[in-house]
Design a protein. Structure first.
Lengths: 346, 345
């Protein structure tokens, strides 16, 4: 067993502030967004940890409202880009233009910032745009800076991308390749709300008076929060569990369970383990705890693995979903505490 | 005998230089180890190719720290680093650069001026090169080969040193354009990067989701590296070893009269002359990096896999019985007569 390092752990005051911020933002959101609790929790978890999300779901499931409300409640500037088949990389990152200096009359090139220069980018229908433009956004996500004409322009901090993808199959879409999907921490699913919730939405949206959201935190606080979240303790046996969970999703690895070989074409990579670890730390902190538990890991495994596992043709035929496969993975690899209990330990 | 050649580099100054290169490698390794966990073989092979002045093709699933590895090496060697994501709609000009119309500030005249593309750097990470159409792949390969870019009749020199590390995603998918054999041949090494062992993966998640990693210090610079490339070429290789390297490469060709039955059965195309060239150059680099002033048999055998695996094309029969190019290379290493053996011609 590798020795557990005596890590200092996060500042308790900061953890308390993270919990307060989470509760406050969730409270504000309830005023405008009806239902979609899982999506809200996941987006906040990613945002606090400094990760990006891809949001999938049918049209009209409050995706844009969700993102703009999160922006308003967390004091962040939010810009929306509608991705179209004719969008060019420069439409996202910015472009150099020739300008005349008014005092000297000389012409110089000046950089006009693109819409990514903000805190939250809502990249709407990202799979409608050709690959080169998608790659421009993904590069910005990764590097958090834009390099044009040999000059580098840093993006504001914090910086989050919340991209939406239409999951209805249709012509003229360019699905993101696996390697690029891998750069999103979470794949968040929004779904249709139930009848009571839908009635409530109709009541609210057809009446007068719209609640205005107030910012619960300052955007800059999120940078501090993300640092504290990295200091949350991850017990050694849970770290190993995360790695085992992810490794079990790989059908090529010797000793893979039968359902994995049957239903999975390709499994999750190392980024999955990293993101489960970081997101479970974020979940722990939002609940006011300084140590990750197995439940925190269970809560984030589906959104981390959903877009990182490729299902086989067989799974399609048997109508098996990624969520079902991930649930079976969690069941197949017992959590460290559970394994001890089974052996009669404790 | 294999190791008895008297060499010009074995002089006092030669030995000092070799020791300096060995120290350089160790410093670079210890810097890179601050951020990269595991993958010893890949790190070693990439450094060897840098010191030999060759390009690498890396095949592996996403998320195995390829970008981080290359960026860290770039920092340790004080080299510029650029990454290009290859996409189906990338054009040659997106790599090499384009000509734009600009006004001269002093004369007010308009002239064409060249905007350098991302290829103008020391280290270029060409991510998922097989996702881009052949014309764009060819633009990169031309730059690799010539060390220069020609746009609208004018030729522009690339910075030196210049290394390309191209990656390929092994997940078979539609809409990819596999690199033709001739173009793969231009890469010195083909490396395979695989999932980490369990303990290493646990160490990675602890390191990457915790506090920020240490900064990487600069160990050598581009001028040093260019000088080292020259020294690698001055390292002597004994005649029997050179003959062995050539024998390995010839052994991979199925159309020779005395080809091994294993080769005629499983290989449709053997390795080219470039394979012999890189086998010797890679072995020389490896010897220098280990602090030895002349090439040993083990140096050739170690670089045989990365040099030969993308140059040997197995046939349908091999595919159906699960024989991969790596298996062919391993078989050659056991079956081809060693230097000094009576079977060697």
């Amino acid at each position: 067993m590798p020795a557990t390092e005596p890590t200092p752990g996060p500042d308790p005051a900061l953890i308390a502030r993270i919990k307060a911020a989470h509760d406050g933002i969730t409270g504000q959101l309830k005023q405008v967004v009806v239902g979609q609790e899982a999506a809200v929790t996941q987006i906040l978890t990613a945002m606090f940890a400094g990760g990006h999300c891809i949001i999938q779901g049918p049209p009209g499931t409050a995706k844009t409202l969700l993102v703009s409300s999160i922006g308003a409640a967390s004091g962040l500037e939010c810009k929306r880009i509608q991705f179209t088949p004719d969008l060019m990389p420069a439409d996202i990152s910015g472009t150099e233009v020739l300008e005349e200096d008014r005092t000297t009359g000389k012409r110089i090139t000046a950089f006009v910032k693109g819409p990514v220069f903000t805190n939250i980018v809502m990249a709407d229908e990202i799979n409608r745009t050709p690959p080169k433009t998608q790659a421009a956004l993904l590069e910005v996500m990764q590097e958090r800076q834009v390099t044009i004409g040999g000059r580098t322009h840093a993006l504001p901090k914090p910086f989050f991308v919340l991209a939406t993808q239409i999951n209805l199959e249709q012509e003229g879409t360019y699905p993101l390749p696996e390697a690029q999907m891998d750069r999103f921490m979470f794949s968040v699913m929004t779904g249709y709300v139930n009848e009571t919730e839908e009635a409530e939405i109709v009541r609210r949206t057809t009446s007068t008076g719209h609640p205005t959201l107030s910012a619960v935190i300052k955007g800059a606080e999120l940078i501090e929060f993300a640092k504290a979240i990295r200091q949350v303790r991850l017990p050694a046996e849970l770290g190993t569990w995360i790695v085992d969970l992810v490794a079990t999703s790989r059908p090529t690895v010797a000793g893979a369970p039968d359902f994995v070989k049957e239903y999975i074409a390709w499994g999750a990579g190392l980024r999955a383990s990293q993101n489960i670890a970081l997101a479970s730390k974020s979940t722990a902190a939002q609940h006011g705890r300084d140590t990750v538990t197995a439940d925190d890991i269970r809560a984030v495994t589906v959104p981390v693995l959903r877009h990182r596992i490729g299902l086989s043709f067989r799974a399609e035929v048997d109508k098996v979903t990624v969520e079902q496969v991930v649930d079976r993975l969690i069941a197949a690899v017992p959590a460290p505490g559970a394994a001890q209990a089974a052996k009669g330990g404790r | 005998m294999a190791t008895s050649a008297a060499s010009p580099a074995a002089t006092a100054t030669g030995a000092e230089v070799v020791a300096k290169i060995k120290a350089g490698r160790e410093r670079i390794l210890s810097e890179v180890r601050k951020v990269i966990i595991g993958q010893e073989q890949v790190v070693d092979d990439v450094i060897t190719s840098f010191f030999a002045g060759g390009h690498c093709l890396i095949t592996g699933v996403p998320g195995l720290a390829k970008t981080l590895l290359i960026a860290s090496l770039g920092r340790a060697m004080d080299l510029n680093f650029r990454r290009v994501q290859f996409t189906p709609d990338l054009m040659p000009a997106d790599i090499t650069g384009t000509e734009v119309l600009e006004e001269d500030r002093t004369t007010g005249k308009r002239a064409m001026s060249f905007r350098q593309g991302p290829v103008f750097t020391n280290i270029l990470l060409a991510d998922e090169i097989n996702r881009t159409p052949p014309k764009t792949q060819a633009a990169l390969l031309e730059a690799m080969q010539e060390g220069q870019v020609t746009v609208a009749g004018s030729t522009y020199q690339l910075p030196r040193p210049f290394f390309v590390l191209a990656t390929q995603n092994p997940i078979e998918q539609e809409g990819t354009y596999p690199l033709p054999e001739v173009q793969q041949d231009r890469f010195m090494f083909s490396l395979i990067i695989d999932y980490l062992p369990r303990e290493d993966e646990v160490a990675v998640i602890n390191a990457t989701t915790g506090a920020d990693p240490e900064a990487i210090a600069k160990c050598i610079d581009g001028a040093d590296l260019l000088a080292f490339n020259e020294i690698v070429r001055q390292i002597p290789i004994a005649e029997p070893l050179l003959a062995y390297a050539v024998r390995l490469v010839h052994g991979s060709r199925p159309d020779r009269p005395n080809a091994l039955p294993f080769i005629t059965e499983n290989v449709s195309w053997g390795a080219s002359v470039r394979a012999s060239h890189y086998l010797v150059l890679g072995a020389k680099a490896r010897a220098v990096l280990a602090g030895r002033p002349c090439v040993g048999l083990e140096d050739i055998q170690t670089v045989a896999l990365p040099v030969l695996r993308h140059r040997i094309i197995t046939n349908f029969r091999a595919e159906s019985s699960g024989i991969k190019p790596d298996d062919v290379v391993k078989r050659l290493l056991t079956d081809v007569p060693l230097p000094g053996s009576k079977l060697a011609l």
